[in-house]
Design a protein around this ligand. Structure first.
Ligand code: F6P
Length: 528
């Protein structure tokens, strides 16, 4: 048994969970008329309502004791000081430096001059593209920007470009290509003019095969209409920590934006990785996004745990996962412009905390990150909410709502009424003589209500989730900043690639994979 599951705080929570067996959330409301107020907190442009979690004041006290036992406050201090909290890679995790004005990251040195210099270059480039002064090989301004990147080099800016579409105006069109499937790039390039298309190759390592393959195909597409490779430099920018490889690919040194080893891919939306986003929404809106995140950082850094939003969200997750047995957690934005948020959170949470070995190298005997999933409401109601209401699994939800926004008011009211109605149904359910009509209720969820989907509110929301993930990692005693598990599949894919052509199937490959490779070769049309 690990020290964690053996610890007094953990044991106390287990005993407490037994005492709550059979308790209904509706009863908790009856017993405490102030529950809605007591179990909600506001910060900045958001309000967190967690009154419909299956938790009492005692639950929260015991969870806070668990956080104290794990020294969450100490870890927060260490992260903000720039200490190497990513211990398997010996690095700091300083994404907070990317949105701050302050200079004090004692353990990591003064990173701020580099951060400011890159921000300035992003501003100049975005202005140049948006104003049409930065031009392609044929002297034409850019009408389209295509970002080639995957994982953290795609999901953040892709999500935020859609979320902040209201800031874009009718300027340059920005598209994102992540998949190795050629269909992704082909669809993105459909209708684009090579002479007015700018590619941004975004890859921290500049070794990710999907991104490099797409970049080569993009270059071939340009070559076909704009002439030799040497003339194509104006059509490429790169964002990377591996300048040498970017230059080898053919990107001019002054067109390369740096990344740093102290920023993980999934925490990099605040860096030059956001260049396509900045081109889409403008630097002023991006500054507001940074400002929102900065506010959340200050809140997280200085607010006592019992009033600290990321800590509260993290503890509720721990309660649901480790004590109530939830294996999944859904994020359902009732906000179509946040429709890419679940995919972003999937990487943030599952790549960060999908770990089975603790910081001491020991296998854990408790669950870590749940399966994160979700989609935008209201369409989600007509696909998977049936399971939320009547299924056998406990599937806690974060509903994310914006009180105000653009567009038809009736439609917006319908959207919000639908979200609130889901909450009522999940909590209260309904009785019926007929078993199949009975909805049990008592299903836990939280509501994050944003004033509106502004850059500032989005910055606060994303930083909230980043810090939530960190707190959970601290409590589970795992390193949230590495991702060794992803490497294995990448390596095997590189080994298998020649076999799909006419090469040898590597001898160590399993017979099922070998059969499939042979079948794929037979099924291929000769020209493929
Ligand atoms: O999927 C693994 C991963 O390493 C992510 O952590 C990262 O965001 C993604 O690949 C892309 O990596 P890169 O930016 O180096 O191309």
């Amino acid at each position: 048994m690990s020290t964690l599951t053996h610890s007094p705080a953990w044991r106390a929570l287990e005993a407490h969970r037994r005492s709550l067996l059979g308790v209904r959330i509706t009863e908790l409301f009856r017993a405490d008329p102030a529950r809605a107020e007591r179990f909600s907190r506001g910060f900045g442009r958001m309000h967190l309502d967690y009154s419909r979690q299956l938790a009492t004041q005692e639950t929260m006290q015991l969870l806070l004791a668990l956080a104290r036992q794990a020294d969450v406050e100490g870890w927060v201090r260490r992260m903000f000081a720039g200490e190497a909290v990513n211990d398997t890679e010996g690095r700091a995790a300083l994404h907070v430096a990317l949105r701050t004005d302050q200079v004090a990251f004692p353990a990591a040195g003064d990173v701020m001059p580099q951060v400011r210099a890159v921000r300035e270059r992003m501003r100049e480039t975005a202005v140049g593209v948006r104003a049409g002064t930065l031009r392609g090989a044929a002297g034409k301004p850019f009408a389209s920007v295509v970002n080639l990147g995957i994982g953290g080099s795609d999901l953040g800016p892709r999500m935020a470009t859609r979320a902040l579409r209201a800031c874009s105006g009718a300027g340059v069109r920005v598209r994102y290509v992540a998949n190795a499937d050629p269909a992704d790039l082909d669809a993105a390039l459909a209708g684009l003019d090579p002479a007015t298309t700018l590619f941004i190759v975004t890859s921290k390592t500049f070794t990710t095969v999907e991104t490099l393959d797409n970049a080569r195909r993009a270059r071939a597409w340009l070559e076909r209409s704009l002439g030799p490779r040497a003339a194509l430099a104006p059509h490429f920018l790169a964002v990377t920590a591996n300048e040498e490889r970017a230059r080898e690919f053919g990107v001019d040194a002054e067109r390369i934006f740096p990344m740093w080893d102290w920023v993980g891919g999934r925490y990099s939306i605040w860096s030059a990785v956001a260049l396509p986003l900045v081109i889409a929404i403008g630097m002023d809106a991006f500054d507001e996004l940074l400002e929102g995140a900065r506010d959340m950082d200050a809140h997280f850094h200085t607010t006592p745990p019992e009033r600290n939003l990321p800590v509260i969200l993290a503890l509720l997750g721990i309660w649901n996962i480790n004590f109530l047995g939830a294996g999944t957690h859904a994020a359902i934005p009732y906000c179509e412009d946040l429709r890419e948020l679940p995919a972003y959170l999937q990487q943030l949470e599952m790549e960060s905390n999908g770990k089975r070995v603790d910081r001491d190298g020991k296998e854990v005997d408790y669950d870590t990150a749940p399966v994160i999933w979700g989609a935008s409401g209201t369409p989600s109601q007509h696909s998977f909410h049936q399971l939320l209401h009547q299924g056998t699994r406990l599937a806690p939800v974060d509903f994310i709502l914006a009180a105000d926004g653009e567009g038809d008011q009736h439609a917006r009211d319908l959207l919000l009424a639908s979200a609130l109605a889901q909450g009522e149904a999940l909590m209260s359910g309904t009785a019926s003589e007929e078993p199949h009509r009975r909805v049990p209720g008592n299903r836990p969820f939280s509501i994050l209500l944003l004033e509106r989907l502004s850059p500032e509110a989005l910055g606060q929301l994303l930083a909230l989730y980043e810090h939530k993930v960190f707190v959970q990692g601290v409590i589970w005693n795992i390193n949230s900043f590495d991702q060794w598990g992803v490497e294995l599949g990448k390596r095997i894919a590189v080994d298998l690639l020649p076999a799909l052509r006419d090469g040898e199937v590597p001898p160590q490959v399993n017979s099922a994979t070998r059969d499939l490779i042979e079948r794929i070769r037979r099924l291929r049309r000769p020209h493929a």
